[in-house]
Design a protein around this ligand. Sequence first.
Ligand SMILES: Nc1nc2c(ncn2[C@@H]2O[C@H](COP(=O)(O)OP(=O)(O)OP(=O)(O)O)[C@@H](O)[C@H]2O)c(=O)[nH]1
Ligand SMILES: [Mg+2]
Length: 220
Amino acid sequence: MGIVTIEQKVLKKNDEIAADLHKRFDDADVFTANLVSSPGSGKTTLLERTLKFISPALSVGVVEGDIQTNLDAERISKFNIPVTQIITNGTCHLDARMVEEAVNKLPLNDLDILFIENVGNLVCPAAYNLGEHARIVIMSVTEGEDKPLKYPAMFLKSCVMILNKIDLLPYLKFDKELAKRNALKINPDLKIFETSCYNNHGILEWCDWLTNELKLKRCK
Ligand SMILES: Nc1nc2c(ncn2[C@@H]2O[C@H](COP(=O)(O)OP(=O)(O)OP(=O)(O)O)[C@@H](O)[C@H]2O)c(=O)[nH]1
Ligand SMILES: [Mg+2]
């Protein structure tokens, strides 16, 4: 009983900071996307492809979240864009306070898009609003069609699902239509992209969606 109360307080405080962050993002006119997935679904690789293919006229910043290491920030820094690494030291998700600290180190007013790569985990990040405009769940074809049914909160709270690694389909028993049906069962409003970061399938469509959304500054 006591634990539930503390958790509710933590989440309420998180929501307050997230609301402030959201206002800061709006005031700075920066579209913010929170990338969530299981470990290794391809969040950083998708970011690398996005940075390669998105219009060079757009200014992009990245907040990287990991339990340990700054390996992902090192990968992104090769693109010479503003990037900050959050190391959570064991916490399985980012929270709004961590993102606030990271954002304070970024030139927010100069950005058009801010990506927040969350800690690889299909459970905990679902509960923590980071003030983002869009939550993007990435699922790769090696994870099994049932993941949206087993981890519904992540799919319910996202507005886009990216089905990644589709280049591997010829080698797997993975029913992609069933996976999409399962995701839509949880969230009928999900917009779904099929991508391969290896042969770039679907990356341009994803970049076009982003470019459009940042004009609208909201999901759906
Ligand atoms: N075949 C294939 N492999 C991919 C694709 N995208 C990413 N990978 C590989 O998947 C592995 C994990 O990719 P990352 O981008 O590091 O995954 P991540 O989600 O950022 O991982 P964490 O940050 O640790 O949660 C790497 O070996 C990538 O090369 C893809 O479209 N196809
Ligand atoms: Mg990563």
